[in-house]
Design a protein around this ligand. Structure first.
Ligand code: SF4
Length: 1008
């Protein structure tokens, strides 16, 4: 039987706390928007085909969410793929997949829009359609079904997923999203038949409607290619949409919070497109030309976004951040503003050039465990083949500079399986790493640790790149090369080799260059269990093997070399490149010839960082006439304007070295410009098919794709403001309630949320001293997931001295700035000698609420008898398991009181949102320095069946509410003495403090 619902009005309420990270499905985050369903013309569900933790960081999603919700005619809600356990629950209960905002099934929306980032998320799209109540195949959808559209980089080669989609937006989605939604909803209201509506959508341009095009089998390759349109007035080929980014400022607001996202920071897109022309990188080709956002707009967006989200880290992202023309003065400007707010700036995947000593000096102060670079290939010849404009000299010089400054680690990304690769190139990967380690060892000095991690993935040839015709290595060949790497690395103790499992890459390669018949393989594999295929621990190869065999698809066809003259399954999508440009680049690659970056002066690696130098340099900028027709004069002028706006007028200016040295914002002038050239931050430009891209915006995915099996956050450097010395500020104790969706958040998520709330209301906290400063705060003992609390506390230090009225105002403001379910109810100022929470808390009172039907009979009498029996028992043992380690706990040692709850308890239950025919127990337990018991354990020993083994006791379904935390008068730490409120400072001061608990107590899982 299910527990009592935590969110009374949610369709999943009765079982949410039975799944991993239930807050993934509850919504209510700060920044989420719930619009009146009836007030708009079109309703869009933005669907992300991966789990919440991944999708929450997605830039394209944030852009469209804000755009659609800001428009009074449209609304947007969100939905992510339910994790395996939640899917099982939904199937078991016959419940639909619903949106986070209004908990409506996907089928209720006018538009369901998927973000296509990566081929290995296709099976998740099928899961979401199926659970959302929408027929899988576009051909099976009826007049009332939503239009299922998709956008993102993978929409440029969509044939394997095309039969499941009604339409795909090609290119930038900012304009098309609203246009498609409004047109579709209007035509539907007017009763226009579905097919005619689709034709109208296709005529908007930059929209591909697969069902409106005929296909044929190409005799040269055996691929099924798109041949001709089946309706008049629809485009063929379908050209991409391209927007002026400055007409669509990056959103300064988006949903924040919930369970920790993989990238838990405010990422701001500063440019789209890339100048570098790496030949394996799809994003670099399909998002041309490079478009930089106005830096003034970026700085304003950053500051507003930080204030609204309360996040403490900002990341400026682009496909190649270091190659954005004004990156150095921009970073300087942003840093000036952020330092005062104690917000750090994310610095990921640095370029191996332009990393000047003064920039490194600045970075030296960050809390980085290492720095990351992406040379991609292990020999200069190979780097020329892939057009990676970086030399080994630059890499070694950077290694010297990095290790001489005290860093002990450096990470290098490479690929194997690139066209023309020889065994020498493969061994060169490890040897390059070893040379970097050697340079680092010499620079670091004797006895200093030096570790170079060489991370090697497998190249996946992607459509719309010069390597789209190249063969992908077979699994056997990848295995041979990986073994070669392992053999080569053996003598180099300072080099750590990491290789990646190649099966997923091969599947990705097949679907990247796939055609429509693969849709049958996809559906078969999905029906037999394929889910989350990009997660190493979820990919089930046997299911895919069976599907390929059953459908009769020859995988080799998609993995071999393709004739350059053949028509390809994605040739009907025009991403703006001139006919022949990719083939020319492919030929140059095969001849190991470089194409220098476009939009830069030939032979230069970095842009000028000041106006004087930029104006003085009148040399032509490189251009290959790739087809997107950049206006080079305008490009040059725009860069001068940007430098001017940033106040970067002159060269050789001092670099910010500490917070005190920062000139005040607005006093930029010449002194605001740094002396270094670029090199500040570089997001990965992908590789191995992991180009960092977004539905409408290229999302530079900060380092490489995270290891999804491990769910690890990317290694990155952070520039963080220096910590004050000692514990400054003023101490306060806040009381809060945690109910509804907040009760579904883990303790660490709540700990993360509080500093955000305080930042949103402009109440700066003080930080702990040391190299890793943290907000100075102590929480009352952690609660188990799903336990509601009406009486939680946190002690913290604020920079400001607040009188009682100001404190009351702050408490009200904090509640208003908190996610749904987090309510602040009071605060007191603490003196320097007032004992901390961890010294004061001696016990807790809980209400344990049961549905009367779950107890049966005369429930009150039955429970009263059980309470008496429990209190007369000498011991009440129960088995507790944490991380598969078990120990026996005697609940009786902690149980002080247990009785049937009266009216006060029932009114507390109502306040906690628990309604229905309930019977409740009120229990009081001790909390000691040595430990505590969980409310579920108390419920188990009182209500479990008598005679059950301690390890097998399960209480009837119930819900626990922490009613009160309290201190006790002497003797401290025992059940004797009077209870007193943690706000009663007079009595608290008179109590002989209990021994200080270990700092782990507030975070310990068994501390409830
Ligand atoms: S038109 Fe020239 S400058 Fe513009 S993206 Fe193409 S090659 Fe680069």
């Amino acid at each position: 039987m299910d527990s009592l619902p935590l969110l009374a009005d949610h369709p999943y309420a009765s079982f949410l706390d039975q799944v991993e990270k239930p807050a993934r499905y509850a919504g209510g985050e700060v920044g989420s928007v719930v619009k009146d369903w009836a007030s708009v013309e079109a309703r869009v569900c933005l669907a992300f085909p991966d789990v919440y933790d991944i999708g929450m960081s997605h830039l394209g999603f944030k852009i469209l969410y804000k755009l659609l919700n800001d428009d009074p005619r449209t609304l947007a809600e969100r939905c992510y793929t339910p994790w395996i356990d939640m899917e099982a629950q939904l199937v078991k209960r016959g419940l639909p997949l619903v949106s986070l905002e209004s908990a409506r099934p996907l089928r209720d929306f006018d538009v369901v829009g998927f973000s296509l980032q990566f081929e290995l998320t296709y099976s998740n799209i099928l899961t979401m359609l199926h659970l959302g109540g929408i027929p899988l195949r576009a051909a099976d959808r009826g007049e009332d079904d939503p239009i299922v559209i998709a956008g993102g980089p993978t929409a440029t080669h969509p044939e394997p997923i095309a039969p499941f989609l009604d339409a795909l937006v090609i290119g930038d989605g900012e304009e098309k999203a609203t246009e498609v939604a409004l047109l579709w909803a209007r035509l539907k209201r007017e009763g226009v038949p579905r097919r005619e509506r689709l034709v109208a959508i296709a005529r908007l341009g930059a929209v591909y409607v697969p069902s409106l095009y005929a296909t044929r089998v190409d005799p040269d390759t055996g691929f099924e290619v798109v041949d001709r349109p089946l309706a008049s007035g629809i485009p063929f080929p379908i050209e991409r949409a391209l927007v002026d980014l400055n007409r669509y400022p990056f959103p300064d607001e988006s949903p924040t919070g919930g369970p920790e996202a993989i990238f838990d920071r405010m990422s701001i897109e500063i440019a789209r497109g890339c100048t570098e022309g790496c030949r394996f990188c799809q994003a670099g080709m399909i998002y041309r030309p490079v478009r930089e956002r106005d830096p003034e707009q970026i700085v304003d967006t950053v500051m507003r976004a930080v204030q609204r989200s309360g996040q403490d880290e900002v990341s400026l992202t682009a496909l190649s951040t270091a190659d954005v023309s004004c990156i150095s003065p921009l970073i300087k400007k942003v840093t000036e503003r952020l330092t005062a707010e104690r917000i750090s700036l994310g610095v990921s995947s640095l370029r191996a050039y332009g990393l000047e000593p003064d920039l490194l000096d600045e970075l030296k102060r960050v809390r980085a465990t290492g720095l990351t670079f992406a040379p991609e290939a292990g020999s200069q010849r190979m780097r020329d083949v892939v057009n990676k404009n970086v030399t080994e000299e630059q890499l070694l010089e950077t290694a010297e500079r990095v290790f001489s400054r005290g860093w002990g680690k450096m990470k290098l990304y490479f690929m194997i399986g690139l066209p023309t690769e020889t065994d020498e190139d493969v061994r060169g990967i490890v040897e390059t790493g070893a040379r970097a380690a050697g340079a680092g060892r010499r620079a670091a000095g004797k006895g200093k640790p030096v570790d170079v991690t060489v991370s090697v993935s497998t190249h996946v040839p992607k459509p719309h790149t010069p390597f789209q015709w190249a063969a992908m290595d077979t699994l056997a060949e990848v295995g041979r090369k990986q073994q070669m790497l392992k053999d080569t690395v053996r003598p180099y103790r300072a080099v750590t080799l990491k290789t990646h499992e190649a099966n997923a890459s091969v599947l990705e390669g097949i679907f990247a260059r796939g055609d429509r018949p693969l849709a049958d393989v996809l559906e078969r594999a999905w029906r037999h269990g394929a889910r989350f295929d990009s997660w190493e621990d979820q990919l089930d190869l046997a299911v895919w093997e069976e599907a390929f065999t059953h459908v009769g698809v020859d995988r080799a066809k998609y993995l071999g070399t393709l004739p350059v003259t053949a028509r390809l399954p994605w040739d009907h999508i025009d991403v703006g490149l001139e006919e022949g440009f990719l083939a020319k680049e492919y030929r140059k690659a095969l001849q190991s010839r470089l194409s220098p970056p476009c939009g830069k002066v030939a032979g230069t690696f970095v842009h000028h960082t000041n106006l004087d130098d930029a104006r003085a340099d009148t040399r032509r900028l490189v251009c290959y006439d790739c087809g997107v027709a950049c206006d080079m004069t305008q490009m040059r002028e725009e860069r001068l304007t940007f430098l001017d706006r940033l106040g970067a007028h002159r060269r050789s200016l001092p670099v910010l070295t500490d917070a005190g040295a920062a000139p005040p914002a607005g006093a930029a002038g010449p002194s605001a410009a740094p002396a270094n050239d670029g090199g500040a931050e570089r997001e990965s430009d992908g590789g191995a098919g992991r180009e960092s891209v977004a539905a409408t915006a290229p999302e530079s995915g900060d380092d490489r794709e995270p290891s999804r099996a491990a769910g690890e956050a990317p290694q990155r450097a952070r520039r963080i403001a220096p910590a004050p010395k000692g514990r400054g500020g003023f101490r306060y104790r806040f009381r809060f309630e945690k109910a509804g969706p907040m009760a579904l958040l883990g303790h660490l998520d709540v700990v993360r949320e509080l500093p955000r709330v305080l930042r949103r209301v402009g109440a700066p906290m003080t930080y702990t001293a040391g190299f890793h400063p943290k907000p100075d705060m102590t929480f009352s003992p952690a609660l188990s997931l799903g336990v509601i609390s009406l009486d939680e506390y946190v002690d913290l230090r604020l920079e400001r001295d607040l009188d009682p009225a100001a404190l009351d105002a702050l408490v009200a403001a904090m509640s208003a700035a908190s996610p749904r379910g987090l309510v602040f109810s009071g605060a007191v100022k603490l003196g320097p000698e007032d004992p901390s929470l961890s010294k004061l808390i001696a016990g807790a009172r809980y209400a344990l609420a049961f549905a009367r039907s779950a107890i049966g009979g005369d429930a009150e009498a039955l429970l009263a008898a059980r309470c008496s029996a429990a209190l007369s028992a000498a011991s009440l043992p129960i088995r507790r398991e944490i991380d598969r380690l078990a120990k026996m706990v005697d609940v009786r040692q902690y149980l002080v009181r247990a009785e049937v709850g009266g009216p006060e308890v029932h009114s507390a239950l109502a306040r906690a949102g628990l309604v229905g025919d309930l019977v409740a127990l009120e229990v009081e337990v001790d909390i000691r320095g040595s430990g505590a018991v969980k409310s579920s354990e108390v419920a188990a020993v009182i209500t479990g069946e008598p005679g059950e083994a301690p390890g097998a006791i399960t209480p009837p379904p119930h819900r626990a509410v922490r009613l009160q935390l309290f201190g006790r008068t002497s003797p401290a730490g025992s059940a004797a003495g009077e209870r007193f409120s943690l706000f009663d400072l007079e009595r608290a001061r008179r109590v002989k403090p209990a021994p200080e608990r270990t700092p782990a107590l507030p975070l310990a899982a068994d501390a409830e």
